[in-house]
Design a protein around this ligand. Structure first.
Ligand code: SF4
Length: 404
């Protein structure tokens, strides 16, 4: 069985990250594509509720908690990160207790969000700001952009700057541009290494599958702006490059290469990984893992480059822009097909609802499959039906390849 040796180091890196909350002087909560570098420059330890939501999904405990938030009026059809996280809080439970020895989720001194990914984070984070009676600040960039204009960047820069007094008051530290530049530089270096890690899977056999990627992306999500994240990806990249050299891949007999569009199905990562391996198919790239590549970070222009990088993320783009990005990835990673995960409780990260798969096929000739499911709520995922659909899809691709 294929194993990435760095996984052991990853466990330690993540353990150390969570241990940091035990002695933290000040804690800020942040959305996963929020302005973490700015927060870290004030000395905050930064906690990410979405990471907690993913943990609830991966440990399959989400299902125990979603009904709790439904009792408070949160619909079962809104983001299951939100409903499982709120439900876990209401029940006083968290996998962080068992896995990392914390007493529960870290208590925030400040909560910051960016609606670049969705408006749900605003509702979710406001619930907690009220619960913990702490300040909350938001960035509200323009949404669904074709391209991001200079005027739009200026608007978002202004919103970043408005957060500074709130950070100063809460942290007790004055804003220091050099500290911000330094944090952004570390973040830039880590994100470039992460991009290189993902790009090792352009090679065949691919040394990193989507299912490995969603595990190894932990530090780039929660530790951007730290030396530890940068160091981790240097080590992982070295190992994966060696595997490319030795032609060792995640799938031994790689016959077919698939792109995964949309969210992971956290409670079914292992099952899906095994299914693709059994079918000699590598899931070589994804929009999800690529969402934490921020090419534009530039410490010389920390505000402008952060505003640009965080506004032009894939999820915040128009269909025209998304199609262009997807076409490039499909070609770069030499994909034979694309799987759209139609995520029931996150329409923001589901691109299969308005005909994009069909239009993409018309333009590229690349076959697609739509699988219905969810990030955390497994009531929306039919395992048997999905296995049949995926296996049939792979067979069709292989038949087409033979004919060609
Ligand atoms: S992008 Fe989707 S999954 Fe992520 S927080 Fe927003 S609604 Fe939830």
């Amino acid at each position: 069985m294929y194993e990435i040796r760095s996984s052991e180091l990853l466990r330690k890196v993540m353990k150390d990250y969570f241990a940091g909350f035990k002695q933290a002087k000040k804690i800020a909560w942040c959305t996963s594509v929020g302005p973490v570098e700015l927060l870290r420059s004030f000395g905050f330890e930064v906690y990410f509720p979405e990471n907690h939501g993913a943990l609830l999904g991966a440990t399959r405990t989400a299902m125990d908690f979603i009904p709790e938030s439904a009792k408070c009026g949160y619909s079962n059809h809104v983001c299951s990160y939100t409903t499982s996280d709120i439900g876990a809080y209401l029940k006083g439970e968290s996998p962080l207790k068992k896995q990392y020895g914390l007493k529960g989720i870290p208590k925030p001194d400040l909560i910051v969000y960016n609606t670049n990914q969705c408006r749900e984070v605003q509702d979710w984070f406001n619930f907690f700001a009220k619960e913990f009676n702490c300040p909350i600040a938001g960035i509200h960039p323009p949404r669904y952009a074709d391209e991001v204009s200079k005027e739009e960047i200026a608007l978002v820069v202004d919103q970043h700057k408005k957060i500074i007094p709130v950070c100063e008051n809460t942290s007790g530290n004055k804003f220091d541009i050099d500290s911000f530049r330094h944090t952004l530089k570390l973040s830039k270096e880590a994100t470039r290494l992460w991009q290189d890690v993902l790009k090792t899977s352009i090679s065949s056999p691919a040394p990193l599958s989507f299912f490995d990627g969603v595990i190894h992306m932990g530090p780039i999500v929660v530790m951007r702006g730290t030396q530890q994240a940068k160091d981790y990806y240097s080590i992982l990249l070295k190992e994966l490059k060696e595997n490319v050299q030795s032609k060792i891949g995640a799938v031994k007999n790689e016959q077919c290469r698939i792109f995964w569009e949309g969210m992971p199905i956290w409670g079914k990562i292992r099952m899906l990984s095994d299914l693709f391996v059994q079918n000699n198919t590598a899931v070589v790239a994804s929009t999800y893992c690529s969402s934490w590549v921020f090419d534009e970070f530039d410490e010389k222009e920390p505000f402008e480059s952060s505003a640009l990088a965080y506004t032009k993320i894939f999820i915040n783009r128009s269909e025209k822009a998304k199609m262009k990005i997807l076409k490039n990835w499909l070609s770069e990673y030499k994909c034979d097909g694309i799987l759209f995960h139609d995520t029931k409780t996150c329409f923001n990260n589901s691109n299969a609802k308005f005909g994009m798969p069909q239009r993409l096929k018309e333009e590229t000739g690349i076959p697609y499959l739509v699988v219905e499911g969810d990030l955390c709520d497994l009531r929306f995922f039919s395992e048997g039906q999905s296995i049949t659909k995926i296996e049939t899809f792979i067979e069709q691709i292989e038949r087409q390849k033979v004919r060609a």
